[in-house]
Ligand binder design. Structure first.
Ligand SMILES: NC(=O)C1=CN([C@@H]2O[C@H](COP(=O)(O)OP(=O)(O)OC[C@H]3O[C@@H](n4cnc5c(N)ncnc54)[C@H](OP(=O)(O)O)[C@@H]3O)[C@@H](O)[C@H]2O)C=CC1
Ligand SMILES: O=C(O)[C@@H]1CCC=N1
Length: 277
């Protein structure tokens, strides 16, 4: 199987390198292009054998699967660029939430899918949200998920829930890191303790908490109860968090969904969908 990457920025390069490092792909199976070519050349230097393509059409022409790893409003131009080189047996995969499966199917003759990956895939972790277009057959799906499985847990989701699920799986690492960063900053300022050591302690805590939720049979509420000694320290701090963060998660969801809606309307306009003039 030959796999193309159009856009090798943060997520494109992460996916590409995670798939190579996990053994899921050999470098010579990979074709990649990027607006700024130096980024692909650097990847080739790290992974000899990787094919640097000088145009997106060249990446598309040479690949069975093509990951589109660019920002939502850059999709339409790239689809226009590669559309005429694509064949019906190829598969194009979007990695961004606002571009809809119907946008891709309306613009391309090939099979289409949409995934929302996570930065956690760099360490063979995290859920990869998968959505498939109408031209994808069961065997295509199995082959595709076989490719992703060494770096992630692929799960099928309904496209209508893409935003809320990717808030957790894909934005989540940033949100939790924000929380930890603020916490560690306060700890350093208050105590003068070494930031690196505090960060390591926090990371191990996060890893263990994740394992308790995924393997240990705990719900988040049960975990809180298990840690909270009645009348103890955790209870006091949880009460502070509860009163300080009232409504924040509803506002967070309103914010991510608001930005998604804005980008979706722009994509609809570009693709001639419901939002088009
Ligand atoms: N970061 C994350 O954790 C996640 C990101 N995503 C999605 O991934 C997508 C990319 O995000 P991210 O990687 O973070 O963004 P980046 O800005 O890091 O990467 C985008 C890349 O696309 C390249 N590019 C832009 N236009 C073209 C073009 N016409 N042809 C070829 N390459 C082009 C850019 O090139 P140049 O070097 O010139 O800027 C850049 O390298 C987004 O849609 C985002 O929603 C999804 C899940 C998680
Ligand atoms: O910040 C973003 O737009 C992307 C979407 C999911 C994670 N990062």
């Amino acid at each position: 199987m030959k796999v193309g990457f159009i856009g090798t920025g943060s997520m494109g390069s992460l996916l590409l390198e995670a798939l190579i490092d996990s053994g899921s792909l050999a470098p010579n199976q990979v074709y990649a292009s990027n607006r700024t070519p130096e980024k692909v050349i650097r990847l080739q230097q790290r992974h000899p054998g990787l094919h640097v393509c000088t145009s997106n059409a060249e990446t598309a022409h040479n690949s069975d699967l093509i990951f589109l790893c660019v920002k939502p409003l850059q999709f339409k131009a790239i689809l226009d660029e590669i559309g005429s080189t694509l064949r019906p047996d190829q598969m194009v995969i979007s990695i961004t939430s606002p571009v809809q499966i119907h946008h891709l199917e309306s613009a391309l003759c090939c099979k289409v899918a949409k995934i929302i990956p996570s930065v956690a895939h760099r360490v063979q972790s995290g859920v990869c949200l998968c959505m498939y277009g109408s031209r994808i057959k069961e065997e295509d799906r199995q082959l595709f998920e076989h490719l992703l499985s060494p770096i992630s847990k692929p799960i099928l989701i309904d496209e209508s829930f893409v935003r809320i699920t990717s808030d957790l799986s894909s934005c989540g690492p940033a949100f939790l890191s924000f929380f930890l960063d603020q916490w560690i900053n306060a700890a350093v300022e208050t105590t003068g303790m070494d930031r690196g050591e505090l960060t390591w302690i926090a990371g191990e805590m996060l890893l263990g908490t994740g394992k308790l939720l995924t393997q240990g049979g705990f719900t988040p509420l049960e975990l809180q109860k298990r840690v909270t000694v009645p009348g103890g320290i955790t209870a006091e701090a949880l009460a502070l968090l509860d009163s300080s963060l009232t409504g924040v998660f509803h506002r967070l969801i309103a914010t991510t969904h608001g930005k998604y809606k804005e980008d979706l309307e722009k994509c609809d306009a570009q693709f001639g969908g419901p939002g088009a003039d």
